[in-house]
Design a protein around this ligand. Sequence first.
Ligand SMILES: Cc1ncc(COP(=O)(O)O)c(C=O)c1O
Length: 455
Amino acid sequence: MIDLRNIPSAKEELDRYEVEHNFHSWSYQPAQSPPRVVSAKGVRFTTEDGRERLDFSSCFISHNIGHQDQRVVDAICQQAQSLTSFAPSMSTKPRALLTKMLAEITPGDLSRSFISLGGTEANEAAIKICHQFTGRRKMITRFRTYHGGTATSMSLSVGDSRSWAQVLGGTDMVRVPQPYCYRCSFGLTYPACELQCVKYIDEVIELEGGGEKVAGIIFEPVTGANGIIVPPPEYFPELRKICDRWGVLMIADEVMSGFGRTGRWFAMDHWNVVPDIMTMAKGMTCGYLPLGATIVRKHIGDRFKEQFFSHGATYAGHALCCATALALIPIYEEDNLIENSELMGRYLLDKAMELKDKHPCVGDVRGLGLFVGLELVKNQKTKEPLTPLDAKIRPGLNPKLEVAQKLGELGMMAMAANPVNVIAMAPPLIVTKDEIDEGVAIMDQALNVADVYAS
Ligand SMILES: Cc1ncc(COP(=O)(O)O)c(C=O)c1O
């Protein structure tokens, strides 16, 4: 065995370890190591070759406050000096304070949280709470969504090609379409459609056994990895009424859309609708340390004073991670990041709209806050997709990934590895107008690569 304190670490060796010893997420395992990131600050990151690039993906929509904020780094060091973690059966000050803080910033009477380590875990807890509270098994989920990588959360991620390669399970799934107006599943146009997509959910609940059988519906308020899908304004208020009628719980997965990303604390705040359960992660600790949470309304939380809560984890409420969130969450308000997301989001959306006029490969541009997507097509009129739905799980480059590669060469990372033909621009919420101009100019150049495939 090699000396464990002195593992050879020259560039070539690190490259080899990446290729031979590491599993890379959601991909064929690469023949070459990806560029190695050595530092990051604000909206930019630097690779080993000294090259600086713009981070317009906020590292999969997690680094909302930007990279290496000293206030958060200091808070982590300070907590680490006294207590990194302890058994979750005991109380720690960071966990107690964080659960109170989450009750303050989330809408309505959402008030009792289970603190986990990421978005997938937060959704697993949400589904279990939903089943335990209602005593029912069926869970409605929407096509074109991603709720996480484990068996249950991946089962809920229908229409995402990443779920096709996996053995699924965990809950009885019922699938319904998204409010995806650009490609309406009912062939209708908003507002003349009178929200057929919501009415259909009402019918599905009835056909699936209504209040006796259907436990809940899980959704991303603004769908992220599957295409930045923003619902029409009436969608969630109408869905709330339907769920109330059947006693079906609404689970809002705010893992991507939460923490200012859409220009509000949480995306559901846009429609003044309080879900029964909300999940969050990413922007909660912005990747400084991992953390997730599942928060429920008061009457749901109170039930578990009499009913056994059948869920848990060794690192639930990890003190160091909770202290990170405690130091970080107030920064959203102190630095006006949520207002900046709304303001800069409008600017980014306007600039992105201009790209549609210039590039035949851009079929649609949509977004809310600093969460803006460009849907790529072969033809703007026919809306023929640039790549088929299974392109993500096929080997080799495809036209969308060629755009992503070009973006990298030109000096920017966007959210382009999604399973669909949408490239998202979602910079940290500290972004300025100048940085948006810089990012959009890079995108403008990179899109030329896809124009070759469009007519
Ligand atoms: C909406 C949504 N839910 C859940 C998850 C899973 O979160 P994590 O990767 O932290 O497990 C993601 C991850 O991208 C997500 O976008």
